[in-house]
Design a protein around this ligand. Structure first.
Ligand SMILES: Nc1ncnc2c1ncn2[C@@H]1O[C@H](COP(=O)(O)OP(=O)(O)OP(=O)(O)O)[C@@H](O)[C@H]1O
Ligand SMILES: [Mg+2]
Length: 177
């Protein structure tokens, strides 16, 4: 089985995938390790990634079961199950600030989380998509949630239950400061 772990930057994909990988003894492929090979240019501080090229590279190295993590992992045209990690934009903002995000880049990412961008993109491309609200959870608890999903206990994680848009967009014009 190929498990895709996706989500807005800072939602805990790498942390969760590392825990999950050791828990179920499954290889973890980190998209960020292939970003340079699939990079076609730079815009500001961000790499422009050729998703087709990235997909080709990843497909080449996949053998058997794998966890694929990264915020582009749901766009590669592979995967049996997609787990979208979600984080309340208020909490996400603190994490991203710590990682040096600011200005437009910070705002774009918070908005993407408030607007369910990764979830919607996943639903457009995959049939088995679930979301986990990680806001108040430790990585250990999140991995327990993932294991429940893998066992078929999916009710709690069906898409559409998480909505921060009202809270986020009613909180004021510029949340990036
Ligand atoms: N469940 C959690 N609770 C609190 N903090 C967390 C949790 N998961 C991750 N973090 C922290 O949030 C930050 C971002 O985590 P991580 O790097 O795993 O996110 P990511 O989704 O892989 O981000 P990116 O897309 O930038 O690679 C790290 O500082 C990490 O320690
Ligand atoms: Mg990461």
């Amino acid at each position: 089985m190929i498990i895709i772990i996706t989500g807005t930057p800072g939602t805990g994909k790498t942390t969760t995938a590392n825990f999950l990988s050791s828990k179920i003894n499954c290889r973890c492929i980190r998209i960020s390790e292939f970003a340079d090979e699939a990079c076609t240019g730079v815009e500001g501080n961000s790499k422009i990634i050729d998703v087709k090229k990235l997909s080709k590279k990843i497909k080449k190295i996949i053998q058997g079961d794998a966890i694929i993590e990264g915020h582009l992992s749901h766009l590669l045209g592979i995967g049996d199950i997609v787990i979208v990690l979600r984080t309340n934009p208020k909490i996400l903002k603190q994490r991203l600030l710590k990682q040096g995000f600011k200005g437009e880049k910070l705002r774009e990412n918070l908005e993407a989380e408030a607007l369910d961008v990764c979830l919607i993109e996943s639903l457009e491309r995959h049939s088995h998509v679930y979301e986990i609200d990680t806001s108040e959870k430790t990585p250990e608890t999140i991995v327990k949630d993932v294991l429940r999903i893998l066992k078929g206990e999916t009710d709690e994680y069906k898409p559409g239950k998480i909505d921060w848009s009202e809270e986020y967009f009613s909180a004021g014009a510029d949340r990036s400061r």
